[in-house]
Design a protein around this ligand. Structure first.
Ligand code: SAM
Length: 233
């Protein structure tokens, strides 16, 4: 297992992990990410957390096969329960899940004091990015970096955040598009929002044909369509 073995998506998630970090990878599946980062000597310790038995067993096998059992601990646990205080985790990666699930994992982690605010969060939601950014803002996490990448015709966003003392305030558009991504507006960003625009226009048309016009939904989608046109127009 080396960096070349990682998908580009996971390579980019790994790139945001600080050198020497003590990493918790939640929803680790095969533990590919912590194993690759450990083999690169990028992290000093890893926890691979998995809630499902099959992927948990795969993670254990991968860690054993790589000779890293003394450096990466694999735990069968729901979300942040995989992390124990003595792990002294400094970075958390949660990738390849919906934004709502990631948010719930973080929310429970904060309630259980498994997320202390000292960790850098590196999040890669498959959907529901805006809701996740909203959670970060409400919990005083500042977004310090974002990426948008395309792999196998799928577009992924990576959000990196750290807790701060100062107030965190993003506009609705920044939450929707991502503050960094909106500033940069690269080609992948344009592709994503071009696709979303077409989809939202179709949804709006369908809504307008409904017998009873769902006013709130129509208003929301119309507003989003306007934002997208402004952003990529
Ligand atoms: N993180 C890897 C990646 O990005 O390639 C694997 C992504 S995989 C699609 C999502 C994994 O998260 C699955 O293995 C699933 O069992 C695990 N998962 C889902 N909910 C979880 C939770 N609450 N706690 C821990 N793992 C969870």
């Amino acid at each position: 297992m080396n960096e070349q073995g990682l998908s580009r998506r996971l390579q980019r998630v790994g790139a945001a992990v600080p050198e020497g970090a003590r990493l918790a990878d939640i929803g680790s599946d095969h533990a590919y990410l912590p194993v690759a980062l450990m083999l690169q000597n990028k992290i000093s310790y890893g926890v691979a957390g998995e809630v499902v038995k099959g992927p948990f067993e795969s993670a254990k096998k991968q860690v054993q096969k790589s000779g890293l059992t003394d450096k990466i601990t694999v735990r069968l646990a729901d979300g942040m329960a995989a992390v124990h205080p003595e792990d002294e985790i400094t970075a958390i990666t949660i990738a390849g899940m919906g934004g709502t699930l990631i948010r719930n994992i973080l929310e429970n982690g904060v309630a259980q004091q498994q997320v202390t605010g000292k960790e850098r969060l590196i999040l890669q939601p498959n959907v529901g990015e805006a809701g996740l950014r909203n959670w970060l803002m409400s919990n005083n996490y500042e977004i310090i970096h974002e990426e948008i990448i395309e792999e196998h015709q799928k577009i992924y966003e990576i959000i990196v955040a750290e807790k701060t003392e100062k107030p965190v305030l993003y506009t609705e558009q920044e939450l929707f598009f991502g503050p960094f991504l909106l500033k940069e507006k690269n080609e992948t960003f344009r592709n994503k929002w071009q696709r979303e625009l077409l989809q939202k226009e179709r949804v709006l048309q369908q809504l307008q044909q409904a017998d009873q016009l769902p006013q709130d939904k129509v208003q929301e989608i119309t507003r989003q369509i306007q934002w997208i046109r402004e952003a990529i127009g």
